[in-house]
Design a protein around this ligand. Structure first.
Ligand code: HEM
Length: 398
């Protein structure tokens, strides 16, 4: 069996911990053909990075069939910035980039601080009453959902629905999924798009100072953003604006609990170490593990020519453990100074929300340790059985 076929996501053990397989993949070659997944795998930092940056390796969305059943789900993707390539991608990215200027992100800081205070107050009451709280459900999860809702102009009391719709949709990105999960993704895509569409109609009548209004105004100015693109953009921002952030924080917290020396260090110096700690959390156990590209022309990656039509999977979680780039890659070191991880991707699709995600973690991480300097696990964390979006279901702490 070729080494690439070692990656088998039907094996629950590999989903729980793919890092051993990643080491074998990196050791045996730069780009490896997986018969099982009918694609090249790019497990090293150099090949994953090159895959994301190659102009002739594009994000080409394949519609889910039959198209009649999946119509909404399909255009939510084919009309989104993430699944577009230039020139459409360039136009959409330029529009949304305006909302993510450093000034606009910085302006969210007081809101993030206030939200953390409220969540920590509730977590503290829970800990005092029940002896523990859930770092994920009570802190890491609500924060990015509430902030992205504020940014777009979606009422905060919709947070639970946003989270559920989003969770249903992202199950479609996993290799193993059930019919029930597919039906839930269809339903949630429909509900999500109808909801955003209704808000957009409302904002046309009553403009506010939020991002949905800004996008509606662009739409009205002419051909720049059509209705599907507008809705797809909002749904993507609401999804992407919290899914990876929740898991990035949760994965990092479990890594801290598994490395008590690092936990103690951060608890002792939360503000000083937060900047390097958050980058290490994203590197060591990255929240997103695989992004696919399809060759629109023959493309050279290292020694291999990827032929037109073939797919390549960039394994971000593996790239971020590459010993040729990171000293002692399997050591969790929150003081790591050289940390060129690619958890936020690379190239034209590089995460537009990276400054917001970083600001949220930079704020929420030290605040958690200021409030709970002796934070410790209060039970077994429960892992999600998903590979592409790697994360935890619950992390009890006291
Ligand atoms: C820790 C948190 C996050 C991580 C690890 C992350 C990671 C990523 C990655 C790897 C990509 C590139 C995908 C590809 O190349 O195919 C991406 C794209 C994107 N992310 Fe994030 N993300 C995070 C948070 C956010 C937030 C907070 C937002 C929005 C507020 C956001 C919005 C987006 C958007 C819109 C794209 C598509 C950009 C494009 O196609 O040009 N992300 N993200």
């Amino acid at each position: 069996m070729s080494t690439a076929n070692l990656l088998n996501l039907q094996d629950p053990q590999q989903v729980i911990n793919p890092y051993g397989i990643y080491t074998s993949l990196r050791a045996s070659g730069e780009l490896l053909w997986s018969e099982r997944y009918d694609m090249w795998l790019a497990p090293t930092h150099a090949t994953a990075n090159a895959t994301l940056r190659a102009k002739s390796l594009g994000r080409i969305f394949s519609p889910v069939l039959p198209e009649s059943e999946w119509e909404i789900f399909n255009w939510l993707h084919s009309d989104s910035i993430l699944d577009s390539e230039p020139p459409k991608h360039t136009r959409l990215r330029a529009l949304v980039q305006k909302a993510f200027t450093p000034g606009r992100i910085e302006a969210l800081r007081p809101n993030i601080v206030q939200t953390c205070v409220e969540l920590l107050d509730r977590a503290e009451v829970k800990r005092n009453e029940q002896g523990h709280f859930d770092v994920l459900a009570d802190y890491a999860e609500p924060l990015p959902v509430l902030i992205i809702a504020d940014l777009l102009g979606v009422p905060r009391d919709m947070a639970e629905d946003l989270r559920r719709w989003s969770q249903d949709i992202v199950k479609m990105y996993e290799f193993d999924r059930t019919r029930e999960q597919e039906l839930a993704a269809q339903e949630s895509g429909k509900a999500f798009s109808e909801y955003v569409s209704a808000i957009a109609r409302e904002r046309k009548k009553n403009p506010q100072s939020d991002l949905i209004t800004a996008l509606v105004e662009v739409e009205e100015l002419g051909e720049k953003l059509n209705e599907h693109e507008l809705i797809a953009m909002c749904v993507l921002l609401l999804n992407a604006g919290h899914e990876a952030s929740v898991n990035g924080f949760g994965n990092g917290m479990v890594a801290l609990f598994n490395n008590p020396d690092q936990l103690g260090l951060l608890a002792a110096h939360p503000h000083e170490l937060a900047p390097t700690a958050l980058e290490e959390m994203l590197r060591y156990d990255s929240p997103l593990h695989l992004f696919e590209r399809t060759a629109t022309a023959d493309t050279q990656i290292g020694e291999i020519t990827v032929q037109v039509g073939q797919k390549v999977g960039a394994l971000l979680g593996s790239a971020n453990r590459d010993g040729t780039v990171f000293a002692e890659p399997d050591t969790f070191d929150i003081t790591r100074a050289q940390n060129p991880h690619i958890a936020f991707g690379a190239g034209i699709h590089f995460c537009i929300g990276a400054p917001l995600a970083r600001l949220e973690m930079l704020t929420s991480l030290p605040m958690l340790f200021e409030r709970f300097p002796d934070l410790q696990l209060a039970g077994e964390p429960v892992q999600r059985p998903t590979f592409v979006l790697r994360g935890w279901e619950s992390i009890p702490a006291s």
